[in-house]
Design a binder for this molecule. Structure first.
Ligand SMILES: Cc1cc2nc3c(=O)[nH]c(=O)nc-3n(C[C@H](O)[C@H](O)[C@H](O)COP(=O)(O)O)c2cc1C
Length: 168
């Protein structure tokens, strides 16, 4: 049954306050009937090392999540500082997100984006409906090799804008 939430907190103030939490940016990808799918996701975080669990939240309105859910497998691609255009492309629902993106389909059913900081391939461990999002827990089944793409800097999102690490 649908839960209703009553809150006295103004949405704009909430967004503004939460936007002061800086994070990296990922693209969650999947292969659905041999077709790649995915969306930009900031809410990714690590949950547990043993067992290896990670998590993110996806909007209930996401068009790509239902297919990924059915496949019960997804890959987290952590974007590097030169991948702002990739983040923008995967944040547009219904567009041809893969057109200008350098990526490869792997025989085991992964869609891996090139030039990222790392990727982590997960099985769907659990999913919970929470407000206007689903809270997803994934079990890490495979990781990018340690020498994947050398030392790239992360793409950072802070106060509604992309940022880059400043070298000190
Ligand atoms: C910087 C940034 C971070 C985002 N983080 C999330 C997120 O954590 N969860 C989510 O569901 N959508 C997030 N989005 C929005 C989705 O990427 C966007 O709604 C996308 O169109 C969904 O695509 P889909 O409908 O094809 O699944 C983010 C967008 C941007 C630009």
């Amino acid at each position: 049954m649908e839960q209703s939430y009553v809150s006295s907190i103004d949405l704009r103030s909430l967004r503004d306050a939460l936007g002061r939490f800086a994070s990296g940016i990922t693209v969650i990808t999947g292969m659905v009937d041999s077709v790649p799918t995915g969306f930009t996701c900031q809410s990714f975080y690590s949950v547990s090392l043993a067992p290896p669990l990670v998590s993110f939240c996806v909007m209930r309105t996401s068009k790509s999540w239902p297919g990924i859910r059915l496949s019960r497998r997804f890959t987290v691609n952590v974007l590097s500082e030169e991948q702002q255009a990739v983040s923008d492309a995967f944040a547009k629902s219904g567009s041809d997100k893969w057109k200008h993106v350098d990526w490869a389909a792997h025989p085991s059913g992964k869609a891996i984006i090139a030039k990222t900081l790392m990727w982590s391939d997960c099985s769907l461990h659990s999913e919970q409906e929470l407000g206007d999002h689903f809270l997803i827990i994934g079990k890490v089944e495979e990781m990018s090799p340690v020498d994947w793409n050398g030392h790239r800097n992360p793409l950072i999102y802070f106060r509604g804008q992309y940022r880059q690490l400043q070298s000190s």
